[in-house]
Design a protein around this ligand. Structure first.
Ligand SMILES: CC(C)(COP(=O)(O)OP(=O)(O)OC[C@H]1O[C@@H](n2cnc3c(N)ncnc32)[C@H](O)[C@@H]1OP(=O)(O)O)[C@@H](O)C(=O)NCCC(=O)NCCS
Length: 184
């Protein structure tokens, strides 16, 4: 069956595609808030996802979503100014389709936003740094925090072990970084 890669603003993504993305991510990262069955209604869930904005990257086989990634944008706060960052999240390939280069394709498509100059740099967390190193990203070791909530100022906001930026050649700062929101 034909496979194709697409990207679109999440605000305009079809409901069916957003529900498939939620179901795929919930199957890979089971946690509260990602389970379509647990939300009040699929429609409300879709509205919430659309309101979050960003760009969604998909690989479809026919009508079936088999790989997913999304990128939002955020101004992060450094001691000496603002850094505008692309926030990569939700990178996953359906377990049935792994090892077929789809992970590389979907991330490459997302990284193209940087390569084409639409976003200066990307930041993300991951459990699999080796996968992203092959794609030109590198691990960063800043102190990160979410400055929007004083109670969280001293807590590491990420839940995965590794934080990375793309491209590796970007002059990523050494300073503490306020994510200016929750981790992604
Ligand atoms: C990580 C993931 C996206 C890889 O997708 P995939 O389609 O199986 O990967 P690809 O076939 O595109 O692999 C591309 C390259 O990365 C390597 N790779 C794949 N998974 C890897 C991993 N877990 N660690 C290190 N390298 C990995 C492959 O060996 C391949 O390298 P090669 O061409 O030199 O052989 C997929 O396993 C997945 O969805 N995992 C669960 C969710 C997750 O961990 N997401 C990413 C972090 S947020």
């Amino acid at each position: 069956m034909a496979r194709f890669v697409s990207s679109q603003p999440i605000a305009q993504a079809p409901e069916e595609l957003l529900l498939q993305a939620t179901a795929l991510m919930a199957s890979i990262w089971p946690k509260a808030g990602l389970n379509v069955a647990s939300v009040v209604s699929a429609r409300q869930h879709v509205e919430r996802v659309r309101a979050g904005g960003g760009i969604m990257f998909s690989i479809l086989e026919g009508d079936r979503l088999i790989a997913h990634a999304k990128v939002g944008e955020r101004d992060m706060v450094l001691p000496d100014g603002i850094l505008h960052v692309g926030c990569l999240a939700g990178v996953c390939v359906d377990p049935e389709f792994r090892g077929q280069d789809l992970g590389r394709q979907i991330v490459r498509t997302a990284f193209d936003l940087v390569d084409r100059g639409q976003v200066p740099v990307m930041l993300f967390q991951t459990a699999v740094p080796g996968f992203y190193e092959k794609l030109g990203a590198r691990e960063v070791s800043n102190t990160f925090f979410n400055g929007t909530d004083p109670a969280l100022r001293h807590e590491r906001p990420w839940w995965e072990a590794h934080v990375m930026s793309y491209p590796a050649k970007f002059a990523w700062p050494d300073a503490p970084i306020d994510l200016n929101g929750s981790a992604f």
